[in-house]
Design a protein. Structure first.
Length: 273
C-alpha cells in the first residue's frame, strides 16, 4: 500500500530531470513530464498525460488521459519565450483537454484557478485567466486572453472570442458564441449570445434573500431594457443602488477596459424572473 507521503511513478512514464515532484504524487502509465514542471503534493496524472514548459500543477489536482498542459501556444508570434502555465489546487482536467502556455505579447501566463472542472476536449488558449470554481463543459473553446470569473459556468460547445471577459457567477449556455463581455451573474444564450437575465439560481446559492434578488433583478432590467442611453442608465443605476454590492460589482465590471464592449442585446422576456 502506498504511503500518503510517497510518490508513485509508473515505469512507463517519462519524467525529465529537473521536474519537481511533491509528496504523494501519482504519475500513471505513459505520462510525460517536462524538466521545468512542478507537481505539487497529491497531484495525480491518471495516464497518457503530457505536461511541459514552465508549468505548475496545484496540490491535489487531477489530470485525466490524453490531456495536455503547458505546451506552446497556437500563436504564430510565439518564438519559444519562457512563458508559464499555472493550474490551481484540486482542479480536474478531463480527457483530451488542452491548456497552452502564455505569450510575451499577452500576460505571459495562462492561469486556471482552484477547484475548477474542465470537461473533455476543452481548449484553453494562451494567456487565458480562469478564476476559482469555474466549470467548463465539453468541447468549449476559449480564444486567447479570455478572462472567466470565479464560479462562472460555460455550457458545452460554446465558443468565446479572444479577449472576451465573462464575469463571476455568470452562466453561458451551450452552443453559444460569445463575442462581447458578459457581466457578472448574467445568463446568456446563443447562437450569437443574448442576455436572458440573471443567474437567479446561482445568486440564491450565494445566499441572497428574496428582497435583494428582486432589487438586483430590477437594476438589471433597468440597465439593459430601460429608456435612454446605456451610459446614462449606468450612472443612474450607480446612484440608485449605491448600497447594493452585487449591482455595484456589475457596474464596476462595465467600467473596466474592454476590447469588444459589453454584451447588451437582450432576448425577449429577459429579466422577468
Amino acid at each position: 500500500m502506498l504511503n500518503k507521503l510517497e510518490s508513485f511513478i509508473h515505469p512507463s512514464a517519462i519524467v525529465a530531470p529537473g521536474a519537481q515532484i511533491g509528496q504523494g504524487v501519482k504519475i500513471g502509465p505513459f505520462c510525460t513530464v517536462g524538466p521545468e514542471v512542478v507537481l505539487e503534493d497529491g497531484v495525480e496524472l491518471v495516464s497518457h498525460v503530457a505536461v511541459d514548459g514552465r508549468t505548475r500543477i496545484g496540490a491535489a489536482a487531477k489530470l485525466f488521459p490524453f490531456c495536455t498542459v503547458g505546451f506552446e501556444p497556437q500563436d504564430l508570434k510565439y518564438k519559444g519565450e519562457p512563458t508559464e502555465t499555472v493550474i490551481g489546487a484540486r482542479t480536474q482536467i478531463r480527457e483530451h483537454a488542452s491548456i497552452h502556455r502564455g505569450t510575451v505579447t499577452g500576460t505571459g501566463i495562462t492561469k486556471v484557478g482552484a477547484d475548477c472542472l474542465l470537461m473533455a476536449t476543452v481548449h484553453v488558449a494562451h494567456d487565458c485567466t480562469l478564476g476559482d470554481g469555474v466549470i467548463i463543459s465539453n468541447n468549449v473553446a476559449l480564444g486567447g486572453h479570455v478572462e472567466v470569473g470565479d464560479r462562472a459556468v460555460i455550457g458545452g460547445n460554446a465558443a468565446l472570442l479572444q479577449f472576451v471577459r465573462v464575469g463571476q457567477g455568470a452562466m453561458v449556455s451551450g452552443l453559444t458564441g460569445v463575442t462581447r463581455d458578459v457581466i457578472p451573474y448574467a445568463r446568456v444564450f446563443g447562437p450569437r449570445a443574448e442576455l436572458l437575465g440573471l443567474n437567479i439560481i446561482g445568486l440564491r446559492r450565494r445566499g441572497l434573500e428574496k428582497s435583494r434578488l428582486a432589487r438586483v433583478n430590477a437594476a438589471f432590467k433597468f440597465l439593459f431594457t430601460g429608456p435612454g442611453v446605456f451610459a446614462e442608465r449606468v450612472e443612474a443605476t450607480r446612484g440608485q443602488y449605491a448600497d447594493e454590492a452585487y449591482v455595484q460589482e456589475i457596474l464596476d465590471f462595465i467600467a473596466m477596459p474592454s476590447r469588444h464592449g459589453i454584451l447588451t442585446n437582450v432576448a425577449g422576456g429577459a429579466g422577468d424572473e
